[in-house]
Design a protein. Structure first.
Length: 219
């Protein structure tokens, strides 16, 4: 099976986690796009969706899925999103699509985070994928220095401005053995909007697409 077929497989499988009559939290990315396409088929059975990016909003609206303002939604039973990496404890690196801040906001109002990913995303230790950090532009220089002091190699993602008007630093060279501690540390630096470590808002379940079918990991 190709990587795209594995993404389609888990996108379909995630439909089983949608609770009829409720609002669904929807992430961002190519795997989530497969899920959105499936969600459109049952759009009359849900109360709507809360979106984590302009891209997902546009895709859902084009398919007739009602997108709600997150400020009007207190909680959602489930948030479905992809990941750039996930470890065996359900901690993730996210933000490859630059949507990490809104993804974390929606994940935070969700009772369960269902991660959908192809098998290549499962790792023993986070950090092989460069860690995205969304930063207020005037703080980028100072945040880069702090990240270097941690042993990372930050690089500005050229030509990218987030939905929130900020920039992304991608940090190579970190071996993230304590995701919760590093998330807390980086988050408190002035100028950091969001770090792409999802430890506090980790996955509850991961539907992993493998050539043998969907493998379910629970955390
Ligand atoms: C976007 C994300 C995505 O979930 C992550 O990049 C995975 O994307 P894809 O499903 O395209 O591999 O965090 O900010």
């Amino acid at each position: 099976m190709t990587q795209d077929e594995l993404k389609a497989l888990v996108g379909r499988a995630a439909i089983d986690y949608v609770v009829p009559g409720t609002v669904v939290g929807v992430g961002t990315g190519s795997t989530v796009n497969c899920f959105i396409d499936e969600l459109a088929k049952i759009k009359d059975r849900i109360a709507g969706a809360v979106s984590s990016s302009q891209k997902s909003t546009e895709r859902m609206q084009a398919l007739g899925i009602k997108v709600l303002d997150p400020n009007t939604v207190e909680s959602v039973p489930v948030y479905i999103d992809g990941a750039d990496e996930i470890d065996r404890g359900g901690h993730m690196i996210k933000g490859g699509g630059a949507a990490l801040t809104r993804e974390k906001i929606v994940a935070d109002i969700a009772e369960r985070f269902v991660c959908i990913a192809d098998a290549s995303k499962l790792v023993d230790t986070l950090g092989g994928f460069a860690l995205p950090v969304e930063v207020i532009p005037m703080a980028a220089g100072q945040i880069e220095r702090r990240l270097r002091a941690l042993g990372g190699e930050p690089r500005l993602r050229e030509g990218v401005v987030t939905d929130n008007g900020n920039v992304i630093l991608d940090v190579k060279g970190l071996s993230i053995t304590d995701p919760a501690a590093l998330e807390a540390e980086i988050n408190q630096w002035p100028g950091v909007v969001t770090v792409g470590i999802f430890a506090r808002n980790k996955a509850s379940v991961c539907l992993l697409g493998t050539p043998e079918g969907v493998r379910k990991l629970e955390f």
